[in-house]
Design a protein around this ligand. Structure first.
Ligand code: NAG
Ligand code: NAG
Ligand code: NAG
Length: 503
């Protein structure tokens, strides 16, 4: 009798143990992850929570620390600016856990904190420090918000090691925030000149800007490409029948005034490219080279010169580092009112830029992003026009100096895209606590070495190789909304089973 009661009580306890799995946990304490695929749930005193299933027994330690970098260095969202919603960041370390399932990091928002930060609950994110420790990465697709208990989570993680912080986006709207193409004030983007700022435009054209001084920027699309504009591209064709046109208020005045790096991401239309490849006779196992080309700014058409003294920026003799700090100091005073305020005040705005007559290949490494269907490339001088090009065969173009535009109008220092080595290099974080970043000397060698076309030929700078199979897979994904073709799979399955769903 008694033993029966005890054992059934025991059984009751055992069977309830998953519900009791939530554990009050301390920071800086070794926590055990069971390897039984039972939920591990650790609740910390600041309201944050770490949860995961695990295929293996592991240990976990969670710490709080001063964030490694400031919250104005954010990548992965479509709007800006960002602000920290916490004083501290959370660092999670495991003993090399690669076997986690459904990992989640949850952070608690407070009404007061959000109000002070001027952030709506739907614009809160858990961000993760990038592998190079230079940006907070946001992944919209693995974010989850609960407005009832005021928590925000990063979900679906397979490992947890890293540094995390809750950040808020100070935009009016929530979700995807796109900027429209255009040259008018309404479609103008204000770059504050500190941190890393990202903007995405109507079709997914995306700019990640690290600028050393405030500026405004417009991106427009222009119909048509004259064959003359392609004269310097050695047989590369333009994929589209339009150009992206980027205009800032700085370049028309003094192109290399703004020491900046921008990564541009240009959308790929997989269906269009697949048709072009077919039309060019590319075989099913063949490949082509995709390239990016720029028509850069030739100089200041209006003859205006920047009145630098009055903007507080440094005289020419100063090094880059000094200029940056001077500018940061100055813009630091303006933060909080960047919306709609004129940026540099006294710089005359060039409304019409004089561009090089021809497009030349961007001299930097290009990264092919087949998930988001874009190509990404860095430039140091953003002003000008951009196109995506294609060349059948996938053979590497001759390395070395890009052909200069005929006509002899050799732009002086403005010809940034060709041979601008630092463009390929991630800039040092300014004012951040990264130790190796404090060096004011500008290193020359580009660090971005990623090769996304592991084929027999190495593409030249400004190019990537893409195979027919890859582009067809992308086109198929695009047709089915970027997911597995669910209903098609169902129909095919039923059909294969003579009209019944039985296997
Ligand atoms: C959101 O929070 C409430 C209150 O804690 C909870 O009842 C609800 O299940 C949560 N929703 C989700 C989707 O987790
Ligand atoms: C700065 O960089 C130069 C060149 O790479 C190097 O020689 C020097 O030691 C560096 N200084 C510091 C403080 O890191
Ligand atoms: C479907 O029907 C055909 C012809 O009647 C038959 O040979 C086949 O085995 C059937 N397949 C299944 C999965 O029942």
């Amino acid at each position: 009798m008694t033993s029966g009661t005890v054992s059934s009580l025991f059984f009751l306890l055992l069977s309830f143990s998953p519900a009791l799995a939530q554990q009050q946990a301390q920071f800086n304490q070794v926590l055990n992850l069971n390897g039984d695929m039972q939920l591990n749930s650790f609740q910390f005193q600041d309201g944050s929570k770490v949860e995961t299933f695990s295929q293996k027994q592991q240990q976990l330690i969670v710490n709080q620390q001063t964030p490694s970098i400031s919250a104005n260095q954010v990548t992965g969202s479509t709007g800006s600016p960002f602000i920290a919603l916490q004083q501290t960041s959370m660092v999670i370390s495991t003993n090399g856990a690669k076997d986690l399932v459904g990992g989640q990091i949850e952070m608690a928002m407070t009404q007061q904190g959000l109000q002070q930060a001027n952030v709506q609950p739907d614009n809160a994110y858990v961000a993760m420090l990038s592998p190079d420790r230079q940006t907070w990465m946001i992944q919209e697709s693995i974010r989850s918000i609960n407005n009832t208990d005021m928590t925000v989570r990063m979900v679906k993680l397979q490992n947890l090691d890293g540094e995390y912080m809750m950040v808020g986006r100070q935009t009016q709207g929530t979700e995807t925030q796109l900027t429209t193409f255009g040259n008018d004030q309404a479609s103008q983007v204000t770059v504050t000149g500190t941190g890393l700022q990202e903007n995405e435009f109507t079709d997914g054209f995306r700019m990640s800007v690290k600028a050393t001084q405030p500026m405004t920027m417009n991106v427009n699309v222009k119909k048509g490409i004259d064959s003359g504009m392609l004269a310097a591209l050695q047989g590369q064709k333009s994929v589209n029948d339009y150009r992206y046109s980027v205009t800032t208020n700085l370049a028309g005045v003094q192109p290399n005034l703004n020491q900046q790096v921008t990564v541009i991401q240009m959308p790929l239309n997989a269906q269009r490219i697949a048709s072009m490849m077919q039309a060019a006779g590319v075989q099913p196992d063949g490949q082509v080279t995709l390239g990016v080309a720029q028509r850069s700014v030739l100089g200041n058409p209006g003859g205006a010169t920047a009145n630098l003294g009055s903007t507080g920026a440094a005289p020419q003799k100063r090094g880059r580092y000094d200029v940056r700090t001077a500018i940061e100091r100055r813009t630091g005073q303006q933060t909080g009112q960047q919306q709609g305020t004129p940026t540099t005040g006294n710089n005359p705005v060039a409304t019409q830029l004089l561009l090089a007559p021809t497009f030349t290949p961007v001299q930097a490494n290009v990264v092919l992003d087949t998930v988001n269907m874009r190509v990404a490339f860095p430039v140091s001088q953003v002003d000008g026009e951009y196109i995506l090009t294609m060349q059948a065969g996938g053979a590497a173009a001759p390395q070395g100096a890009a052909p200069e535009p005929a006509g002899g109008a050799q732009p002086p220092a403005a010809a940034e895209p060709s041979g601008a080595a630092p463009a390929g290099e991630a800039p040092k974080p300014e004012g951040s606590a990264k130790p190796e970043a404090g060096n004011g000397t500008a290193p020359a060698e580009p660090k971005m070495k990623r090769q996304d076309a592991p084929k027999d030929t190495n593409p030249a700078k400004g190019q990537v190789i893409i195979t027919m199979r890859e582009i067809q897979r992308m086109a198929e994904m695009q047709k089915w909304g970027g997911q597995a073709p669910i209903t098609k799979m169902m129909s095919e399955y039923v059909q294969a089973n003579n009209g019944t769903a039985k296997a």
